[in-house]
Write a protein that binds this ligand. Structure first.
Ligand code: C2E
Ligand code: MG
Ligand code: MG
Length: 571
């Protein structure tokens, strides 16, 4: 036989009739001498006193007491010990009332005169079990709600809860005609900490940051984790804009304090962006978006600072972002075009053309490289563009050769990124020459001096291989970049292109004239040819010819034009 050790149940018996109380006590004793420990209170007042001194597993309550009756009794008892289950006892005529009280939250009821020991014991135990279940259920529900609305790492409200709080704060601000601030915060270089010290340290940093952030805010403000290393706050009831700045500065000071991450002490700064209601937006999503935009401005201004939203900068960012998205499809959807600008030789006739990319944008019209090359470079799309221009230009020039036009050389611009370590420029050029059938000596690649900045050794090797293919090499915009002269020593090229900046005032500015003269002399001494870019007047052309500059290029001869137009010009 197995003996089950059932802990005794503590019962608060609230009953004014001594006879009924004795009956109940006897019935409970029948269940076993230690099964129930009963405390008897003959009035509501005494029952409340008992409850205050210790908790009970269950209350057994008569509905008619000298100082209280009905639902009111139960309510006042539960007020003292909210989670204890209640079983009410009533006379036969009061069964309807008992039922109503059960609907209001009591666990069960018993009708006096119909109670025996078994029923009483079962009812009390059942009431306790049922109540335990309800409490567990309520706890689970609470935890689930916490999980759905709070970030489990930092305990801060999450994005969902924040949005609700912000909308509420905006409603209040609108009603009371007050300002509020939304602050978007991002940790600087968080990814680096996470990668170098591990995720545990990353988590510790986020938790510490969250605590510090909270300590900078008033009780009524909300700080939330927006995701990753992004946090967001709403400061309500703002007297003036400068207060948001003060709070931001306080956050910067507090949160940038050094923190021990394992054995290492680190200082991690945040970047903050602030948008204000009503001037920067009237709804939560606009305010968040604009605070985010201001945060990016803070990053651009060197991180570790705060910025207010600036509509003008934001408009520029948006334009840039939308251009970036458009550019993604421009190559595939054949929106790019190559224009050709003649390069004039000794006999005043074109000996070469420079291929210059244009973008026929579906809504903005024809865009020049200045509008999109920088975007293409930061997003890495420049490589696709360069490849497409190279291929298009080589095929075009080869078809001119085949059609019997004077044999022009073509100069194609190559971004400095083509000289990064993982580039396959040599292979690309070789393939394009093969597939187009253009002889290598008719292709010239223009590279800028910044190409040397990535890795001079790789650039040097790449240039050597390109020369072995038989293509010509030119340094574009010569004289405006870095370390021009050491460049010439290291990288064997054929041509220097004198930058337009010098050519444009070669007549009026003696310094430009001197620099131009020096470049031409230097090239001659090194056995390189020279091209002067941006020749716009006859006077400039004459000056350059007198200097023995080999080739001239500029609006004086022709602007860059579409292939068909160039064909007519040359024919
Ligand atoms: P760049 O290679 O120095 O090209 C010469 C630029 O000067 C061209 O501008 C040309 O239109 C302009 N130009 C020529 N003659 C004159 C003149 O007499 N007066 C004035 N004011 N300008 C003149 P564009 O076509 O706007 O190209 C600008 C720059 O964009 C190019 O400078 C080149 O660095 C870059 N680029 C153009 N196409 C490509 C390309 O396919 N790939 C790469 N990576 N860059 C390109
Ligand atoms: Mg060029
Ligand atoms: Mg140039």
């Amino acid at each position: 036989m197995m003996i089950l050790d059932i802990p005794s149940v503590s019962v608060l018996l609230v009953e004014d009739s001594p006879g009924d109380a004795r009956l109940v006590l006897e019935m409970l004793r029948e269940a076993g001498s230690n099964a129930f420990v009963v405390c008897h209170a003959p009035s509501l007042r005494e029952a409340r006193e008992c409850l205050k001194s210790r908790p009970y597993d269950v209350m057994l309550v008569d509905l008619t007491l000298p100082d209280s009756s009905g639902l009111d009794t139960v309510t006042q008892l539960v007020e003292v010990q909210p989670n204890a289950p209640v079983v009410v006892m009533t006379g036969m005529q009061d069964e309807a009332l008992a039922l109503r009280i059960v609907q209001e939250g009591a666990q069960d009821y018993l009708v006096k005169g119909q109670i025996d020991s078994t029923l009483l014991v079962r009812t009390l135990r059942h009431a306790i079990e049922r109540n335990n279940l309800l409490v567990a259920l309520a706890q689970a529900k609470y935890q689930q709600e916490e999980l759905a609305t709070h970030d489990s790492l930092t305990g801060l409200p999450n994005r969902l809860l924040f949005q609700g709080r912000l909308s509420h704060a905006i409603d209040l601000a609108r009603r009371h005609e007050k300002q509020l601030a939304v602050m978007f915060i991002d940790l600087d270089h968080f990814k680096h900490i996470n990668d170098s010290l591990g995720h545990n340290m990353g988590d510790l940093l986020l938790k510490t940051f969250a605590d510090r952030l909270k300590s900078c805010l008033r009780q009524s403000d909300t700080a939330a984790r927006f995701g990753g290393d992004e946090f967001i706050c709403v400061l309500g009831d703002l007297q003036e804009r400068s207060i948001a700045g003060d709070v931001a500065q306080k956050i910067l000071n507090t949160c940038s304090q050094p923190i021990m991450l394992g054995e290492k002490q680190r200082s991690v700064t945040p970047s903050l962006g602030i948008s204000l209601y009503p001037q920067d937006g009237g709804d939560s999503s606009t305010l968040i978006k604009h605070a985010d935009s201001a945060m990016y401005t803070a990053k651009r201004f060197g991180r570790g600072n705060y910025q207010f939203f600036n509509a003008e900068l934001h408009a520029k960012d948006l334009k840039r972002l939308s251009l970036e998205a458009d550019l993604q499809v421009a190559v595939k959807q054949q929106q790019l075009a190559v224009y050709y600008q003649p390069i004039i030789g000794k006999n005043n006739r074109p000996v070469a053309v420079e291929a210059l990319v244009r973008w026929q944008h579906p809504t903005l019209g024809l865009l020049a490289p200045a509008d999109f090359i920088a975007i293409a470079e930061t997003t890495g799309m420049i490589k696709d563009i360069d490849e497409w221009v190279l291929r298009t230009a080589c095929h075009q020039v080869k078809s001119w050769h085949d059609a019997g036009l004077p044999p022009l050389r073509v100069a194609v611009n190559m971004s400095a990124q083509e000289f990064e370590h993982d580039s396959n420029l040599v292979e690309l050029v070789s393939n394009v020459l093969n597939e187009s059938g253009l002889q290598p000596c008719y292709l010239e690649l223009e590279i800028s001096e910044t190409a040397s900045m990535f890795d001079p050794e790789i650039t040097k090797i790449t240039l050597q291989k390109l020369r072995l293919l038989g293509v010509h090499l030119a340094i574009d915009d010569f004289g405006t970049g870095y370390s021009s002269l050491s460049y010439l020593q290291q990288f064997k090229v054929d041509t220097l292109k004198i930058d337009r900046a010098f050519v444009c005032d070669v007549i009026s500015n003696p310094e430009s004239a001197t620099i131009t003269r020096t470049i031409v002399a230097l090239a001659k001494a090194l056995n390189l040819s020279t091209v002067a870019e941006g020749v716009e007047t006859e006077a400039q052309a004459k000056f350059l010819k007198d200097l023995q500059c080999d080739y001239l290029q500029g609006y004086h001869y022709s602007r860059p034009v579409a292939a068909a137009q160039l064909e007519k010009m040359v024919a």
